[in-house]
Design a protein around this ligand. Structure first.
Ligand code: 2RA
Length: 353
């Protein structure tokens, strides 16, 4: 019998992308697909693969008969409900931060460590944070060949990583500033936003995002690091299976709606040339290499949004650091960074249930 798939958080931003992904697959291995959401959204009707489905309220019984349950909900909801789904016999594939660093929960990017989904003592598999995920296909492939030792990363993160309110804020700021000659004097962007009724004190971002960049994503952790920067470090180590990988990250929010970018400085155990890196990256089915500096061809978030693969370009051999490459990567944070990777894990599970 074909397995039953449940989607918890079916009406949220990532859940909606998940349904687009399921609808866009040429075929799916699932029998029943069950949509689950908060009681507030229960009863909504959503078309999945040509069939109108009714969203059911989150409850223990909603997991009865479910083989794989994908969770796209806040951390606290996953923390409570993924174990309940697992108790009821489903494998929970969780896109929240609740279980990522739990040693009994594999943290999986299928093209890097798919085999780890078989050992899941809690019946839960975690999906990485979108910032880490955007560079994992490239780093996984290069690590297999050259042995990754050190990683220095600067992220350029899109507003949608902060959810719908963050997207609305960016659009609101852009509209408020349109046609105004601002950004020429310290503080004039803030003042223009304030005059338009959009004080920064009411923003999900700690500074104006339009016409600006903001070196802050996530929450404050020890010694001035942000949660987002620590996720890059800890999750990269776990996914790549390099517990002592040296990592330093600076996470920055930029006025882009969707698609995270990262400037990566990666040092390997063995010598690596741009030609070798190009060959390896170009062979990966989930990477598109766009790297023709003479023709000014490289990935940008505006050209990658909505795409499934991650795009890599600007690959250079670092001039002053041996065995080191610098490159730029762009990945849609709502697709590969969230919904797509979660769904790919669910598909990997078929045959390993
Ligand atoms: C962000 N990575 O971009 C986070 C979302 N999970 O804010």
């Amino acid at each position: 019998m074909s397995p039953t798939l449940a989607l918890v958080g079916a009406t949220g931003a990532v859940g909606t992308v998940m349904i687009e992904i399921i609808n866009g697959r040429p075929s799916v291995p699932w029998g029943e697909i069950r949509l689950i959401a908060s009681p507030r959204s229960a009863g909504k009707r959503i078309t999945v693969r040509g069939e109108e489905l009714t969203v059911v309220a989150l409850s223990p019984e909603a997991f009865d008969g479910v083989d794989v349950a994908m969770f796209d909900v806040p951390d606290e909801v996953s923390a409570q409900w993924a174990p309940i789904a697992a108790e009821r016999g489903a494998v929970a594939v969780d896109n929240s931060g609740a279980f990522r660093m739990d040693p009994d929960v594999p943290l999986v990017v299928p093209e890097v460590n798919a085999d780890e989904i078989s050992a899941r003592p809690k019946g839960i598999i975690a999906n990485p944070n979108c910032t880490t995920l955007s560079m994992m296909a490239a780093l996984g492939a290069l690590h297999r060949e050259f042995g990754l030792r050190e990683l220095v990363v600067a992220s350029y993160q899109a507003a949608s990583g902060g959810g719908q309110s963050a997207i609305d804020r960016l659009y609101g700021e852009l509209e408020a500033l349109a046609g105004k000659q601002v950004g020429v004097r310290a503080g004039d962007v803030r003042e223009a936003l304030e005059a338009a009724g959009l004080p920064v004190s009411e923003s999900p971002f700690p500074a104006p995002l339009a016409l600006n960049v903001v070196p802050w994503a996530g929450s404050l952790k020890d010694d001035g690091w942000t949660s987002e920067e620590l996720k890059v470090r800890n999750e990269s180590r776990k996914i790549l299976g390099i517990p002592d990988l040296k990592v330093s990250a600076t996470c920055v929010r930029v006025p882009v709606v969707t698609t995270h970018s990262l400037a990566v400085h990666a040092t390997f155990a063995r010598e690596v040339t741009v030609e070798q890196a190009h060959k390896i990256l170009a062979e990966q089915p989930t990477i598109v290499l766009v790297d023709d500096p003479a023709a000014k061809k490289f990935p940008t978030p505006a050209d990658v949004v909505g795409e499934d693969p991650t795009y890599v370009g600007r690959v250079r051999q670092a001039l002053d650091f041996p065995n080191t490459l610098d490159f730029f990567v762009c990945g849609d944070n709502l697709r590969k960074g969230a919904a797509l990777n979660t769904y790919e894990i669910a598909e990997e599970l078929v045959g390993r249930l």
